[in-house]
Design a protein around this ligand. Structure first.
Ligand SMILES: *Cc1c(COP(=O)(O)O)cnc(C)c1O
Length: 355
């Protein structure tokens, strides 16, 4: 079996071997060398001079944590364009925050102007944006959004890059992103269970002024511990070994080459979609580079296609997220996929469609 769903994605043997290394004490010198040793490469990838924190949780832990750390008595604007970003509004409300939803139709991007219209009303502490909405295959224009955020310096920008991190450049410091977070099992092609994040000085000042941060996701705890190359609680050490191995891969390939590889594999999928007279769920210019959400305009039996490629080739694809089930299907080119491996997937799909 091979995973071509947009998360979790296929994990390489090398990454798994690193994951399975013998454990060490999380307060030991060996652990500090491990975490300290990857810090500067993490900062390079995050395009930040701020420390990068490791949370033993899935991305949602930090997504909830960011709201709890940065939103006080003010409002939070949750930008919604698909299943994950819609959920963030619900999560903010469950944290007891005064949460406002900026909803666009699933498949459409979030635009800077829409954020400006809301923030103009005043009283906001933070905005949440999912850079690459995985359920709909739509990528919102971060630079445009960051530009608008500069008009509202009192508001923090929280960005989820779970399925776009290391796929396209995301210049955290240059864009003025206050929290940039990602998870292990999508763009980074590691086993699920680790989240990575960094926070600006403004975000850390805000956090320090806010009560009700809790403990497990308290950014101030992460910061204190990181100064000694440690995490607040016992982390999944196995994940950090896997991360060290993945960083080796990323820097051996080169970050720009990695971006170019994703662009090339994504373009292969796009060609395939066009060749088959299928359509894209997201509009031109706002399509994800790490997965493709294909609109089923031809009335294909998506369930049969999903079952077919699984049976014939052991390839697992996704038949549409939630309310998009059957109306779309999603093909991932995240992680370690190459033009050759994506080509194999597309040939398998061809065989199933003509069978
Ligand atoms: C998968 C995903 C999440 C949630 O990740 P978990 O690891 O399940 O917490 C959040 N945001 C995006 C964009 C995702 O693709």
């Amino acid at each position: 079996m091979k995973l071509f769903i947009p998360g979790p994605v296929q994990v390489s043997e090398k990454t798994f071997a690193a994951f399975c290394k013998p454990l060490i004490g999380h307060r030991s010198g060996d652990f500090k060398s491990l975490y300290g040793g990857i810090q500067s490469r993490l900062q390079t990838l995050f395009e930040t001079t701020q420390p990068v924190f490791l949370s033993t949780s899935s991305a949602w832990g930090v997504m909830e944590g960011a709201v709890r750390n940065l939103v006080g008595s003010g409002k939070v604007l949750n930008c919604m364009c698909g299943a994950f970003s819609d959920k963030w509004l619900d999560v903010s409300k469950r944290c007891g925050k005064d949460a406002v939803g900026l909803q666009v139709e699933w498949g459409q991007p979030i635009r800077g102007e829409q954020i400006r219209e809301h923030l103009k009303q005043g009283g906001f502490d933070a905005v949440t944006v999912i850079h690459n909405e995985t359920s709909a295959g739509v990528m919102s224009p971060l630079a445009e959004i960051a530009e608008v955020m500069r008009e509202f310096p009192e508001v923090c920008l929280i960005v989820d890059s779970v399925s776009s991190f290391s796929v396209v450049p995301i210049a955290m410091d240059a864009l003025g992103i206050d929290v940039l977070l990602t998870g292990s099992q999508k763009a980074l092609a590691m086993p699920p269970g680790l989240a990575l994040f960094s926070a600006s000085e403004k975000a850390m000042r805000r956090a320090a002024s806010i009560s009700g941060r809790g403990y497990y996701f308290d950014f101030i705890e992460f910061q204190k511990n990181q100064l000694e190359d440690m995490t607040p609680s016992t982390p999944s050490i196995s994940h950090i070994y896997a991360l060290e191995s993945k960083l080796e891969d990323i820097f051996a390939e080169g970050i720009e080459a990695r971006h170019a590889r994703h662009a090339a594999t994504n373009a292969l999928v796009h060609d395939w979609v066009r060749r088959h007279g299928l359509e894209f769920f997201a509009p031109e210019g706002y399509r994800s580079k790490s997965l493709t959400c294909v609109s089923n305009n031809r009335g294909i039996d998506v369930a049969a296609l999903v079952a077919g490629v699984k049976r014939s080739h052991g390839f697992i694809i996704d038949g549409g997220y939630g309310k998009l089930k059957g109306k779309t299907f999603r093909l991932s080119n995240m992680g370690d996929e190459t033009e050759a491996s994506v080509g194999e997937l597309l040939s398998a799909l061809d065989a199933c469609l003509t069978a």
